[in-house]
Ligand binder design. Structure first.
Ligand code: ATP
Ligand code: MG
Length: 572
């Protein structure tokens, strides 16, 4: 079994955001760092969110501050309780704790409304009767200033009356908005009298039918930050142009404090689709088995695949935090994962695509319990017994009837080592008379090589893994590859369909794998290195005692595979 430590121990490297926070503490601007992670509960968290979680919670933790978990649930239409629960589970799993600092933007609806009333009283907001699409049309563009709304100069009293009736449900959806009165010719489009409130007669997952006006993100976000006393409001680069509006909202009314918005570059990963909208589409169209499909870049999918939270946190530390957009290699994530799994995973033997071996000179009915090392670099993980007898399974690809050059594994008249067991030599094959496929490999063994040790200094060029045919347990093994065939997800053209770029071989199911008997009781979620095959994890949903299902988390750096690739296949 593997263990998870509850809190991240690794120190994060310095970055420009940490520099700002430290300077603010040093200058006395803030006595304590308060950050927040503000997911919208409209999907499951993905590895991109992990970057933000590690940054926000990490920054607070390193400075004795706090990080709030705030659900940004201001849009009633797309949000669901299922998502709220999954988000809390995933943040905890990653190893972070919001303590008693759990908030919902919807808890601020009354306060946000009151602040809007205050903006109206100060002449900084007005009710606009233009339909939403006309508001958009009149905004102008980069070359053309916007057009002022004919309702821009309504009196305070009229605005207060109309806004009150909007709240009371007097108007249909989309017929009126509350807008900030800023500057229709601002070079920053976000400052052209942005909409603060819209009418939406929709039930909200927490406030029910109490409200039919809902605040926009750009309005609710800075105020939620201010209500909570956030010191550093960290968000991704797309919001850089929104920062003047963020500051305007806080300055235009009686905000209790002035959080500082700081932007950083979002995580993009090769071969990885990362927007929640796209991930939802994959789920809804049945292109994956669910949000936790092990191919998904969601934290729940990665957990099911066998990722450890430590590996994800270490990856976030490795990529760092910068201000320039970039594309990280999924290979780097996998490399970080291997480092972590290598340390924690006990070894086991599993034959994924078996072929039978019969050892002709091994006594029928005899069974030996041989010692196998659980971890070559960590003796504290001990040893286990693996049963050995006359009939075994090895990987079909570890045998070639006509071995190509540089193929050093089993072949006619050739001797190899069976890991922890004996030297065996191939003395013949049995083939299917119709297809010519090798169905059985006949071998002899050298009893003097017990434990896999050479009796006389003679060498073999390969060591292969095996399981006892009589004792092995049948298992289903699932091999995964990238979901997206395309390396750069941003290369999908605007309006293009990501489905055209999905990897058709992202899942390969091997129903007939044979695993060593000790794995019969592998607990759901437990991780192993299957020698020579990679890191595997017992599937949390489908694995059952006696009928295990293993997900391959990641391959090993496999020299055999490289040699295979370089050699065109010959023979059987
Ligand atoms: P998506 O674009 O996948 O739909 P989102 O930004 O709409 O994500 P939110 O729930 O609003 O999702 O995100 C919560 C927080 O996570 C935000 O502060 C956001 O900036 C951050 N975040 C989202 N995606 C990434 C990413 N790829 N890299 C870093 N941070 C991210
Ligand atoms: Mg968002």
């Amino acid at each position: 079994m593997t263990t998870e430590t509850p809190t991240p121990a690794q120190a994060a490297p310095a970055d420009f955001i940490r520099d700002i926070a430290e300077a603010d503490l040093k200058s006395g601007k803030h006595a304590k760092i308060v950050t927040r992670f503000p997911p919208e509960p409209n999907g499951y968290l993905h590895i991109g969110h992990a970057k933000s979680i590690c940054l926000n919670f990490g920054l607070a933790q390193e400075h004795g501050g706090v990080c709030h978990l705030r659900f940004d649930d201001t849009n009633p239409v797309v949000e669901e309780v299922e998502y709220v629960e999954s988000i809390m589970k995933d943040v905890r799993w990653l190893g972070f704790d919001w303590k008693d600092k759990l908030f919902y933007a919807s808890d601020y609806f009354e306060r946000l409304y009151g602040y809007a009333v205050e903006l109206i009283k100060r002449g900084s907001a007005y009710v606009c009767d233009l339909p939403v699409d006309e508001v958009r049309r009149d905004r102008g563009d980069f070359n053309r200033p916007g057009k002022e709304s004919p309702f821009r100069n309504r009196s305070v009293d009229e605005n207060l009356d109309l806004f009150g009736r909007m709240r009371a449900g007097a108007f249909p959806d989309g017929t009126k908005t509350l807008r900030a009165k800023i500057d229709m010719s601002s070079p920053n489009m976000n400052m052209r009298d942005p909409v603060l409130y819209r009418i939406k007669k929709a039930s909200h997952h927490r406030t029910g039918d109490a409200w039919c006006v809902y605040p926009m993100y750009d309005y609710a976000h800075p105020l939620s930050d201010a209500f909570e006393g956030i010191t550093h409001s960290i968000c991704t680069l797309e919001f850089e142009d929104h920062r003047p509006l963020y500051d305007w909202i806080l300055e235009a009314g009686p905000a209790p404090c002035r959080p500082r918005q700081i932007e950083f570059a979002r995580l993009n990963l090769t071969h990885t689709l990362m927007s929640k909208r796209t991930l939802r589409e994959l789920v809804e169209k049945g292109l994956v088995s669910g949000w936790d499909d092990p191919r998904m870049p969601t934290l729940s999918g990665m957990r099911r695949r066998g990722y450890s939270p430590e590996a994800i946190r270490a990856f976030c530390g490795r990529i760092g935090v910068t201000k320039s957009p970039s594309l990280s290699e999924v290979a780097l994530l996998e490399d970080t994962l291997r480092d972590d799994l290598n340390r924690r995973c006990p070894r086991a033997m599993a034959v994924l695509k078996p072929v039978k071996v019969v050892i002709e000179n091994y006594p029928e009915g005899q069974v030996e319990e041989l010692d196998a090392v659980n971890h070559p670099e960590d003796p504290s993980q001990g040893t286990r017994k693996v049963p050995f007898c006359r009939e075994l399974y090895i990987e079909a690809e570890d045998f070639r009837e006509e071995p190509p050059p540089k193929f050093f594994r089993l072949a006619p008249d050739r001797e190899v080592r069976l890991r922890y067991a004996y030297f065996v030599k191939c003395v013949g094959v049995v083939k299917d008379p119709k297809t010519g496929v090798v169905t059985e490999i006949r071998c002899t063994y050298d009893p003097a090589s017990r434990g896999g040790n050479s009796p006389d200094g003679r060498k073999v060029k390969a060591t292969i893994h095996w399981v006892s045919a009589r004792h092995a347990l049948k298992a289903e093994v699932r091999l995964y590859d990238h979901l997206l065939a395309l390396a750069d997800p941003s290369a999908i053209p605007e309006g293009g369909d990501f489905r055209d770029h999905l990897n058709p071989k992202s899942l390969e199911t091997l129903p007939g794998a044979m695993v060593e008997p000790a794995l019969a009781s592998a607990a759901a979620g437990s991780r192993f290195q299957f020698e020579r095959q990679g890191y595997f994890c017992a599937d949390a949903e489908d694995s059952k005692p006696g009928a295990p299902v293993f997900n391959r988390t990641v391959t090993l750096r496999d020299t055999w595979a490289k040699i295979e690739k370089a050699q065109p296949k010959k023979g059987s």
